[in-house]
Design a protein around this ligand. Structure first.
Ligand SMILES: [Zn+2]
Length: 99
């Protein structure tokens, strides 16, 4: 966990993430129920990932690209998690008793 936090903090610093924005969002997250907080952060990270992937794809013509590799890895996780969630929600809808 500390390794992940260090890697995120290092990348955030290199890319000029605004610390006040981090503090403000942390404060907002702390006021959310735990289950909603996880969904909110996952959704926000996935949305940012997709925006970065689309923008990078428009600019990248390299055959071997570490950025594309990282984006693919993130999109793989996002796609697997989202597909699972949709499938589970559909299964739940069709298994639910009709009232
Ligand atoms: Zn690329």
């Amino acid at each position: 966990m500390h390794d992940a936090l260090g890697q995120i903090a290092n990348a955030a610093e290199r890319l000029g993430v605004d610390e006040q924005s981090v503090r403000d969002l942390r404060h907002r997250l702390s006021g959310m129920p735990l289950a909603y907080r996880a969904g909110y952060t996952t959704s926000a990270v996935q949305s940012a990932l997709v925006r970065a992937a689309v923008a990078h794809d428009a600019d990248c013509a390299r055959r071997d690209c570490a950025t594309c590799d990282g984006l693919r890895a993130g999109l793989t996780v996002a796609l697997a998690g989202t597909r699972l969630m949709v499938d589970e929600e559909l299964a739940e809808m069709f298994e639910a008793p009709v009232s």
